[in-house]
Design a protein around this ligand. Structure first.
Ligand code: GDP
Length: 612
């Protein structure tokens, strides 16, 4: 496959660009996708939009027809043979999909709610798009919410704006300016697209803003036009059709009568019935013959369950369903390759596995950690990177998986309970479903399953859980852990000589806490009792630090007869009673609560107490 002559590629032979729709929840991504699919073309021209697997395909002639009115002024020459819009809007799983290292999508629509401006996921999408170098347009959606908007169904946005009252236009203007400023704050230069100069267009970082209404259709054809312009102006090189197969798994699905099928997106090259295809699974590569290539029927009316069009051969870019044997474990987001007549099967296998192998190599070598399960390899990668780089302390990961969470996954991670790491008996499930059996099993095995469709939510859940756990552990450990302190009795401030002993003291070193047992090493470790309260200037407190003078109340449960002036007096200082166990508990749970100086005190006191 690699031997294809790349020179044969030509700017006159472009493949259609692959488009994704991204943005914050509720900005109108789904609605916009629907609108794009249904925007009325003149009667009789409604064809030219076909449903593929996981994507909608727009023929060139449809794009031309849909943008005809706009093109009176734009005079744009469509060279792309069409456009392929991915059907699942907004999903990180899809937006992070890659094919041979580069982004699977060629251009993107980032949807912003004109009424709300930039929101969290907008910013995340911006980051992702820039990181992957994907050019994009921004749809400033819900323009029809501007006060007293007059609907101009499915018209170019400039025509629609001409119909509006001055007040409506000025509201639109001011909101658009707000969005522009917010984008600027994110380091993104943008402008209303028709106000962009030629220079802006040439500057590859400049982002065109397109006001739209996904409900009434204003500006939707502008979006289509802009995407095509962007494709032809900015990325035509990457769109030159190429015979090297470039193909990625979108989804693995069981279909009645067909068994397990794999939905793939062919970006470049061909797939043919009878090809020996190599797929990636967690258990290694599988090689299987392609038994069928299917796309949905051309029109909705004809669509009967499981009635597909069969193809002998398909050519990128398009979405297609592959039938074959042993496809159960194929992972979404991984590449598909074909073993050609001159190829070494082993080479192809290791290439197909390369991304996963790399990812596994990067997994923490810790034997203890959570199980991370995601819908696609791309999503998994994003999630792992996030856990590694953005969480503090990083969340250790001991196992990964793709697709539905099964009972066996629960069993696998439940081992953490036995290993003494119950906190890692946790599955972080990102955008995948959980088998009912798995849920039940998790209950029995003490495994937590946390689910979310947004990476940050998953992380928040886990962090909250860890915080609660830490708090609880501290509570448990507080009974054992003893903070180091040395206190000096102030003999003129002895208020009560006998149980409860009440004396004024000065903290000479360390941290004195309520609950701390105090003893006198110089008197053979005589236990005076536990501090049951600390008072400073008439106020109760929990902690006193070096240098503070306070009154403490001491109770000795085992020996209530201990009396100031009889067994002990102010000659000797009182010490926190440390032991090996108390020091261990302190280290494990209160590391951050102690300063270096306090830890040095612990070392010093260890000697005093003869702790090895
Ligand atoms: P998504 O979460 O981004 O996919 O958002 P949806 O497409 O589900 O839209 C969220 C809500 O906003 C729905 O109630 C839509 O009807 C509404 N909506 C979307 N686009 C527009 C628009 O252009 N104008 C108005 N007025 N409402 C819209």
């Amino acid at each position: 496959q690699e031997k294809v002559n790349l020179e044969a590629r030509s700017p006159d032979d472009l493949r259609c660009p692959i488009v994704v729709i991204m943005g914050h929840v509720d900005t109108g991504k789904t609605k916009l996708l629907d609108k794009i699919r249904k925007t009325n073309v003149q009667e009789g021209e409604a064809g030219g939009i076909t449903q593929q697997i996981g994507a909608t395909f727009f023929e060139k002639k449809t794009l031309e027809a849909q943008t005809a009115k706009l093109n009176v002024t734009e005079k744009f020459d469509f060279k792309v043979p069409g456009m392929l819009v991915i059907d699942t809007p907004g999903h990180e799983s899809f937006t992070n999909l890659r094919s041979r290292g580069s982004s699977l999508c060629d251009v993107a629509i980032l949807v912003v709610d004109l009424m709300h401006g930039l929101e969290q996921q907008t910013i995340e999408s911006l980051t992702m798009l820039r990181k992957r170098g994907v050019p994009f347009v921004i749809a400033l959606n819900k323009v029809d919410r501007c006060y007293a908007w007059k609907t101009c169904k499915d018209t170019p946005i400039r025509d629609a704006l001409k119909e509006q009252d001055e007040g409506t236009v000025s509201e639109f203007r001011s909101r658009a300016t707000d969005a522009k400023v917010q984008l600027q704050e994110q380091g993104v230069n943008s402008n209303i697209y028709w106000e962009m100069g030629e220079d802006d267009w040439m500057n590859s970082d400049f982002v065109p803003l397109i006001p739209t209404s996904a409900v009434t259709g204003e500006g939707v054809q502008d979006v289509l036009m802009l995407l095509c312009q962007m494709a032809q102006r900015k990325i035509w090189k990457q769109l030159m059709w190429c015979a090297n197969l470039q193909c990625t798994v979108l989804e693995v699905k069981a279909i009645d009568g067909l068994g397990m099928t794999v939905d793939v997106l062919v970006v470049n090259g061909h797939l043919r019935e009878g090809d020996r295809a190599v797929f990636c699974t967690l258990n290694g590569p599988i090689v299987t013959e392609i038994r069928g290539l299917l796309t949905p029927p051309p029109s909705r009316e004809m669509r009967v369950k499981s009635e597909y069009i069969h193809h002998k051969e398909v050519k990128g870019a398009l979405g297609v369903k592959v039938i074959g044997n042993n496809l159960e474990k194929v992972m979404a987001g991984t590449p598909v390759m074909i073993v050609g007549p001159e190829d070494e099967e082993e080479d192809i296998k290791s290439e197909v596995m390369a991304d996963l192998t790399k990812l596994e190599a990067k997994l923490s070598t810790d034997k203890s950690g959570v199980l991370v399960q995601a819908s696609t390899l791309g999503a998994l990668e994003a999630l792992l990177q996030f856990l590694r780089e953005e969480t503090n302390p990083p969340i250790p990961v001991s196992a990964i998986g793709i697709g539905t969470v099964h009972k066996r996954d629960v069993t696998k991670i439940s081992i953490m309970n036995e290993k003494g790491h119950p906190e890692y008996a946790t599955i972080l499930a990102f955008d995948v479903s959980i088998e009912r059996e798995a849920r039940e099993h998790a209950q029995e095995m003490g495994v937590r399953i946390m689910t979310a469709d947004i990476i940050y939510h998953l992380f928040d859940q886990f962090t909250r859980f860890m915080d609660e756990l830490t708090a609880k552990r501290r509570e448990d450990a507080a009974a054992i852990a003893v903070f180091p302190s040395i206190v000096k009795i102030l003999p003129q401030h002895v208020f009560n000589q006998k149980d409860p002993i009440i004396v004024g003291v000065e903290v000479v070193e360390g941290i004195l806490k309520v609950g701390t047992p105090l003893c006198i090493p110089a008197l053979g470790g005589l236990l005076i009792g536990k501090v049951i309260s600390i008072e400073s200037n008439g106020r109760e407190k929990n902690t006193a630090r070096k240098g503070e003078s306070i009154a403490i109340k001491i109770h000795n449960e085992g020996n209530p007869n201990i009396t100031y002036g009889r067994q002990f007096d102010a000659t000797h200082n009182l010490f926190s009673q440390l032991s090996r166990a108390s020091i261990d508990a302190l280290k494990a749970n209160f590391k951050d609560a102690l300063e270096n100086e306090d830890w040095r005190l612990v070392v010093k006191m260890k000697k005093v107490f003869g702790i090895l």
